[in-house]
Design a binder for this molecule. Sequence first.
Ligand code: DGP
Length: 114
Amino acid sequence: MIDCLFCKIVAGDIPADLVHETEDTIAFRDINPQAPTHILIIPRKHIATINDIADEDRALVGSLYTTARDVARQEGLAEAGYRVVMNCGEGAGQSVFHLHLHLLGGRGLSWPPG
Ligand code: DGP
């Protein structure tokens, strides 16, 4: 997608602090971290929101979670715990319309989120 910020990060046209890459996904540090560790995990393929996930994307969406698992281990968060969350739509606070998981950790996290 030409006008998608995260597609530009996937293409290497905009720099990002990459922490992990697979065939299908990349993970990089959020520019506006909400926790000591705040990493975004995205598919290389452009999918705008959860509403746009096709049945054929099932394995790809699963790979976002296996990447989250691996990044959490890599960042030393697996034992203490961490949160993985995906906002869908403006009402939920989504501001970049390319599917992404937020991985947050390194501090206590309250529930419910705001
Ligand atoms: P959301 O609000 O759920 O759509 O999350 C989008 C996140 O993307 C937000 O936490 C800030 C982050 N972000 C926005 N622009 C950039 C950027 O250019 N680089 C990086 N690394 N993160 C960005």
